[in-house]
Write a new protein. Structure first.
Length: 287
């Protein structure tokens, strides 16, 4: 009986960090180096009376992702001996990198994953990355992600600049990695990684409900991105390109990057994001 339980726990641990793989990739596929805007030049003026400005703290979303355990699973966990609890399969946060790498690499043979996992403090980086995605920000320095090999391309029609549709193919390989993941399995295994993730989010000052809210809000950032099938007109300010349509330019950086992957790739990502969100919110498949 003990051997059977150990075998089951071992198989669960192999997929423990599956959710981290997908979430890291989901954000990572969309990354492209962002350029800092130049600072305004310093202006000399007559000193004015100081005015105290109150800046309201950002609102952190809160939510609760339901437990995925059914009654039989819960009974099995409660009957586990103290020397062999499910949590013992997880290492400490400070020593979890090798554990994360080994198990994520078991889930995919895609070479891109080796690049994304080459950093240290993977779980802490994942937590910070997800926090950024929930705010629509791509924290490109958090992970050493691979950018598309070809250059960003445009074409001109007189004085009008258009986004070259050939850019969309630059993301096909990495989008395919995301599309290959089973989001129901990812959602199920999310719960086994919760202790590590909660520890990383706690270091940033977030409670478990806030962690859940951040994760779901990050998925909503993807789901709320418009699908643009028609040609996209651009403008150029110095060396940076911008969307001529202000309704697109006013989107979050994450959503603007999603649009640059093309309508088909955006739809594929949204299908995976929706599948993951539904699986997280309905872990037992009741709906």
């Amino acid at each position: 009986m003990t051997e059977g339980r150990n075998t089951t726990n071992k198989s669960k641990s192999i997929l423990t960090l599956g959710t981290l793989a997908s979430l890291i990739i989901v954000g990572g596929v969309l990354y492209q180096a962002q350029k800092d805007l130049p600072n305004d030049s310093e202006l000399l003026s007559i000193p004015e009376q100081a005015v105290e400005v109150f800046i309201a703290p950002p609102i952190v979303p809160e939510a609760t992702i339901p437990e995925a355990l059914n009654e039989s699973d819960r009974a099995n966990l409660e009957s586990s001996t103290p020397s062999d609890p499910l949590q013992s399969l997880l290492p400490d946060l400070d020593t979890s990198d090798d554990f994360v790498r080994e198990r994520i690499l078991l889930m995919s043979n895609k070479p891109e994953i080796n690049i994304w996992l080459s950093a240290d403090d993977l779980i802490r980086r994942a937590a910070s990355y997800l926090d950024g995605l929930s705010r629509g920000v791509i924290l490109g320095k958090i992970f050493p992600l691979s950018s598309p090999k070809s250059s960003f391309a445009t074409h001109n029609d007189g004085d009008v600049i258009w986004l070259n549709a050939g850019n969309y193919d630059r993301y096909n390989t990495t989008i395919a990695v995301i599309a290959s993941l089973d989001m129901k399995s990812v959602a199920q295994m999310f719960h086994f990684a919760r202790p590590l993730l909660e520890s990383a989010f706690l270091e940033m000052g977030y409670k478990p409900r806030q962690m859940d809210g951040i994760l779901l809000t990050a998925l909503d950032q993807v789901l709320n991105t418009p699908i643009i099938a028609e040609p996209i007109r651009l403008t150029r300010d110095s060396v940076a390109y911008k969307y001529a349509d202000m309704s697109l330019e006013s989107l979050t950086p994450l959503q603007k990057q999603l649009i640059r992957t093309g309508p088909e790739n955006t739809q594929r990502l949204q299908q995976q994001a929706l599948a993951l969100k539904n699986a997280l919110l309905d872990p037992n498949g009741t709906n």
